[in-house]
Design a binder for this molecule. Structure first.
Ligand code: NAD
Ligand code: UDP
Length: 322
């Protein structure tokens, strides 16, 4: 049995990861400051004696004896990470320093949840890991993009200067059950708008693309990356290479929900990347043949069912005044 720390463990991806690590027979410590996470995402795990939840902020050092650390703490939705940009940078940079310092002290392996945002608005398509990116260092997304880029630099330098066992994954847009309905990301927005018969808000003309990965495929890639030998540190792209325009996503959501919602267009936020698609050849080679298994429509069906249920429970609570 390994003891594993998951920072950001009460968030969307972290809660799925905690559950999977527990199911595989590990002891899991979920650390979170609940900025965008919720206890309700992990409450069903709390009966398990091998699961612990700690309220803590990664910008402050934390000491514990563990074998592995998954560093996920950081808001991921543009709405949330732009809410307090300085805090977002502190979370990425000081969080990385604190988790790397901990890993160095106790000899643990530490995995950084980096992002496709390190490629910015890419001029190379699809994006391989050797592409350096095209990021506006003073734009509205820079608190996240540059924070994550600095964290990657810290991970590589702690590895090279201090022999810390590190792993870096670059995650592309991921969706699935347990996303927050109001976190502003496109999949949760479109599904919730469709389920409520509201207008579907496409920013810009909807020709910008993203490649959407179902959360189970990501968790599988993360665990495989952690299990690789010490000589492979990444970075490695973890994403689904099938690319969609936002118009195509909206049409799929409307069809699968049977909604009568109409599509409306709203202004495109600044620095919004025009295209994004991972090159996953390195992941396939290094992660034992890993590749995403869940196609978009299949993942959307599960995600729609989750939000539908959430909405019903919320309206029952409203009716019962609880
Ligand atoms: P999320 O917002 O649901 O989860 C982030 C978690 O980190 C939340 O539980 C939040 O409360 C916690 N957190 C934030 N700041 C913290 C701090 N200072 N101290 C302790 N906890 C803190 O986001 P997510 O989608 O689950 O993303 C998880 C990780 O994966 C993030 O690091 C994100 O950058 C990365 N990532 C996600 C995606 C995606 O599409 N979901 C894409 C690329 C990268
Ligand atoms: N987007 C949209 N409507 C929304 C929310 C987002 O058209 O209601 C667009 C957004 O402008 C971007 C894409 O969808 O082009 C993905 O946005 P998201 O915030 O999910 O992720 P990111 O931009 O970080 O990839």
């Amino acid at each position: 049995m390994k003891r594993i720390l998951v920072t950001g463990g009460a968030g969307f991806v972290g809660s799925h990861l905690c559950e999977r690590l527990l199911n595989e027979g590990n002891e899991v410590i979920c650390l979170d400051n609940y900025f965008t996470g919720r206890k309700s995402k992990v409450v069903h795990l709390m009966d398990n004696p091998y699961f612990e939840v700690v309220r803590h902020d990664v910008t402050i050092p934390y000491f514990i004896e563990v074998d592995e650390i998954y560093n996920l703490a950081c808001p991921a939705s543009p709405v949330h990470y732009q809410h307090n940009p300085i805090k977002t940078i502190k979370t990425s940079v000081m969080g990385a320093i604190n988790m790397l310092g901990l890993a160095k002290r106790i000899g643990a392996k530490v995995l950084q949840a980096s992002t496709s945002e390190v490629y910015g608005d890419p001029e190379m398509h699809p994006q391989p890991e050797h592409y350096w990116g095209h990021v506006n260092p003073i734009g509205i997304r820079s608190c996240y993009d540059e924070g994550k880029r600095c964290a990657e630099s810290l991970f590589v330098n702690y590895h090279e200067s201090n022999d810390v066992k590190v792993k870096i994954i670059r995650i592309f847009n991921t969706y699935g059950p347990k996303m927050e309905p109001d976190d502003g990301r496109v999949v949760s927005n479109f599904i919730n708008q469709a389920l409520q018969g509201q207008d579907i808000t496409i920013f810009g003309d909807g020709t910008q693309t993203r490649s959407f990965q179902y959360v189970d495929d990501l968790v599988d890639g993360m665990i495989r990356m952690m299990a690789t030998g010490d000589d492979f540190i990444g970075p490695v792209n973890i994403g689904n290479p099938v690319e969609f325009t936002m118009l195509e996503l909206a049409q799929n959501v409307i069809e699968l929900t049977g909604s009568s919602s109409k599509i409306i267009h709203m202004p495109l936020p600044s620095d919004d990347p025009t295209q994004r698609q991972p090159d996953i050849r390195l992941a396939k080679e290094k992660l034992n043949g890993w590749e995403p298994k869940i196609p978009l429509r299949e993942g959307l069906v599960d995600t729609i069912a989750y939000f539908d249920e959430l909405m019903k429970t919320a309206s029952i609570h409203k009716l019962m005044n609880v």
